[in-house]
Design a protein around this ligand. Structure first.
Ligand code: GTP
Ligand code: MG
Length: 310
């Protein structure tokens, strides 16, 4: 693949780290849409690795079990666990303020390892378990503790690239959005996919368009305004899980009539699964006044993407 060579073909390492019970493995499972496995998941024993492809790049995802015994062993062998990290995701259980100082101290240990190894990957701190009830009815005490923690991180951890996200497995869109933003930084052509989505939206009068890959990552998007942006982002997991439940063998990827059309939240949604060049499937999700989808639309979209991706 030409594009693969241009973007560099070495494997990119994404590290999930943090204390035990923070929710790292649950995040990975929900993002893989293997939600049924979360309830029976056990603490991760050591480092669990998985490789997958994102936009022609090989990604190596490392889930570092956070029990103290393992944390100590990683710190003793930093080159094995921390070296070559391209992106670090540090997960903190926001519902457990008793462990905030421990979480801060381990984050500081992780940063020390990066410095020792002379690498400087961006760190994304996830304030995790911000469940819908907490989000809707914030407990003043907890909000104060979380704000304190963030201030402490900014003051005590001397590191230039730290970004923050609030996530919960009970609202999959928080995880998809965080992951998509993070992964887009690895994909230098992301802005061209956004332009293609906009061009397509204008041509076919769509209010919002998302292109999603088989790992639930939004590769490119266009939203006419923030209202449709919220509606579409909130709906993305709904369509992906609906798709998983359908018998994929029956869906004809190149047939524009094999399309899901759903009216929800007062809008017409169109969801189409398709394949480009023997790759895993991609998904096109859009909001349109006119609830139709034609062969021309599918072809235009695939041609735009073909020019960018291959
Ligand atoms: N309320 C709530 N619970 C969550 C959330 N995410 C995960 N959990 C729960 O938190 C517990 C720990 O989750 P894990 O994913 O096993 O945590 P981990 O960080 O992988 O733990 P180690 O493997 O020991 O490092 C499980 O009981 C999950 O169901 C969330 O967003 N909200
Ligand atoms: Mg785990």
């Amino acid at each position: 693949m030409e594009f693969l060579k241009k973007e560099g073909s070495e494997r990119k390492k994404i590290l999930f780290t943090g204390l035990d019970y923070a929710g790292k493995s649950s995040i990975i499972l929900s993002f893989r849409r293997e939600i049924e496995k979360i309830a029976v998941a056990k603490p991760t024993l050591g480092a669990e690795r998985r490789n997958f492809e994102f936009m022609g790049k090989e990604i190596s995802e490392w889930d570092l079990g956070g029990q103290e015994y393992y944390r100590i062993s990683y710190l003793k062998n930093p080159s094995r666990y921390f070296d070559k990290t391209e992106i670090a995701i540090y997960v903190i259980d926001i519902q457990n303020p008793d462990r905030f100082s421990e979480a801060l101290s381990y984050l500081s240990d992780v940063v020390k390892q990066f410095k020792k190894l002379k690498i400087e990957p961006p760190i994304y701190v996830w304030f995790h378990k911000v469940d819908p009830d907490i989000y809707k009815h914030p407990d003043a005490q907890l909000v104060k503790a979380a704000t304190n923690l963030k201030n402490k991180i900014e003051k005590e951890i001397k590191y230039k690239k730290i970004n923050y996200f609030k996530t919960t497995i009970f609202d999959l869109s928080t995880i998809i959005n965080a992951m998509s933003k993070i992964f887009q930084t690895l994909f230098t052509k992301a802005e061209f996919v956004d332009q293609a989505a906009e061009e397509f939206a204008k041509k076919f009068n769509a209010e919002a368009v998302e292109l999603i890959d088989d790992n639930s990552l939004i590769i490119g998007s266009y939203y006419k305004n923030s209202e449709v942006e919220d509606i579409l982002k909130e709906s993305t997991p709904y369509f992906l899980t609906l798709n998983d439940r359908l018998d994929n063998a029956q869906v004809k990827d190149d047939n524009p009539e094999d399309v899901m059309m759903v009216r929800r939240l007062g809008k017409n949604f169109i969801f189409k699964r398709f394949i480009i060049e023997n790759s895993p499937p991609y998904y096109l999700l859009m909001i349109k006044d006119d609830p139709t989808f034609s062969r021309e639309e599918l072809d235009v979209f695939i041609n735009l993407l073909n020019e960018i991706l291959f």
